[in-house]
Design a protein around this ligand. Structure first.
Ligand SMILES: Nc1ncnc2c1ncn2[C@@H]1O[C@H](COP(=O)(O)OP(=O)(O)O)[C@@H](O)[C@H]1O
Ligand SMILES: [Mg+2]
Length: 359
């Protein structure tokens, strides 16, 4: 059997473009080149698709963009691959795609829809699980219907805030006490998220969130430890050991995640009693199944300090994937190396595609 032709997609239009460049570089460096023939396609922040076959180290720095070529990846399944605009007669066939992108337009079902149209297997969740997983309000509604434990929340919209911010604030204040968390419904990496301790801060927080999304979620504050679980698989998903985040800031904001010189700490395995750990891993699998995830997803929890109660926070259908990111680290601690994990994800993509299309 020849090598499988794998397209690695990186970059993208979201605020997590840079994170994607780092995740993709790690994957490209570690993937088994005897098994896979790699084709690298970067998407610029403006959304332009570019083919790149230069030095891997120039991905992280953004230099790849200057040395890349305009590419078209059609949704027409007769192509099952891509072509360069400079030579549209030459088709590059692709067997499987690894979209290493986070946030809107990468992790939210939009690009997954293109792969469905093109009829090519791809790593990770399908359109529905990606889009519901990305939308914090929609995900919560699904988790609630599956009986999963969550904090209180309410949704609001930019147009409601513009029309009558006082009214929005009053209804939030009726729902739960300060402090509250205000988030754009569709983002990631803590972009646009604030903790508001009073009415003034809440008004500001709503304005900030509304800059990123027209849909906003407001949540009660949970004083909890941040516990994460990596789930892997299609029809019989498995949960990893747990990890804990010790944020370097008041909460795990963008700065604490990416800019604080690694002062936020990951504890793997999380120091949690084994019965609690079993409970959380079980909940992670239930959340995964409730959304209909496939391939991979990281499921994030709060473990309330006072009560030991577990709350589901959110899921990440394409979690950070550098060698030192939580998702791969959790699998490493569970017995699956980084390189093996990449291989497994690609094979899960092919398995899912074949089962779905009854092959
Ligand atoms: N309801 C909450 N109570 C306490 N802390 C929260 C709450 N919601 C979010 N946080 C803090 O904000 C961080 C980012 O929120 P999260 O919902 O995970 O968004 P993102 O998708 O951007 O990661 C969390 O890791 C946590 O530190
Ligand atoms: Mg998060």
């Amino acid at each position: 059997m020849g090598k499988q032709k794998l397209a690695v997609l990186f970059g993208g239009r979201s605020g997590e473009h840079e994170v994607s460049l780092i995740s993709a570089t790690s994957i490209i460096e570690n993937i088994d080149k005897n098994k896979y023939e790699l084709y690298l396609i970067g998407i610029t922040k403006e959304g332009h698709w570019r083919y790149y076959d230069g030095d891997i180290q120039k991905i992280k720095t953004g230099e790849w963009e200057q040395e890349s070529k305009k590419v078209v990846f059609p949704g027409d399944p007769s192509y099952k691959g891509f072509f360069l605009v400079e030579d549209p007669q030459k088709i590059y066939p692709i067997d499987v795609i690894f979209p290493v992108m986070h946030g809107p337009y990468g992790e939210d079902g939009t690009i997954q829809g293109l792969f469905e149209l093109a009829h090519i297997p791809y790593v990770g969740c399908d359109v529905l699980a990606s889009s519901t997983g990305m939308d914090k309000l929609m995900a919560k509604a699904i988790f609630a219907s599956a009986g999963l434990p969550q904090g209180k929340y309410i949704g609001t919209y930019r147009h409601e805030i513009e029309k009558d911010a006082e009214k929005v604030v009053v209804s939030i204040e009726k729902s739960f006490p300060y402090p509250v968390f205000v988030k754009p419904a569709n983002m990631g990496s803590s972009v646009g998220i604030s903790k508001a301790k009073d009415r003034d801060e809440l008004l500001k927080a709503l304005d900030i969130a509304a800059q990123y999304d027209e849909k906003i979620i407001v949540e009660e504050f949970i004083d909890g430890r941040e516990i994460e679980c990596a789930v892997l698989g299609n029809y019989e998903p498995k949960a990893s050991v747990l990890g804990e985040i010790l944020p370097s800031n008041e909460f795990y904001d963008y700065h604490a995640k990416y800019q604080d010189g690694g002062k936020s700490k990951l504890l793997i395995p999380a120091p949690v009693p084994s019965d609690k750990s079993d409970e959380i891993r079980e909940l992670a699998i239930r959340a995964y199944k409730a959304l209909g995830c496939s391939g991979l997803t990281r499921v994030d929890f709060f473990l309330e300090r006072q009560t030991g109660k577990v709350y589901l926070n959110e899921v990440n259908t394409m979690p950070g994937f550098t060698e030192i990111s939580m998702y791969p680290k959790l699998w490493e601690a569970t017995g699956i190396s980084y390189a093996h994990l990449i291989d497994k994800l690609i094979q899960l993509a092919i398995e899912k595609f074949n089962k779905k299309h009854n092959k």
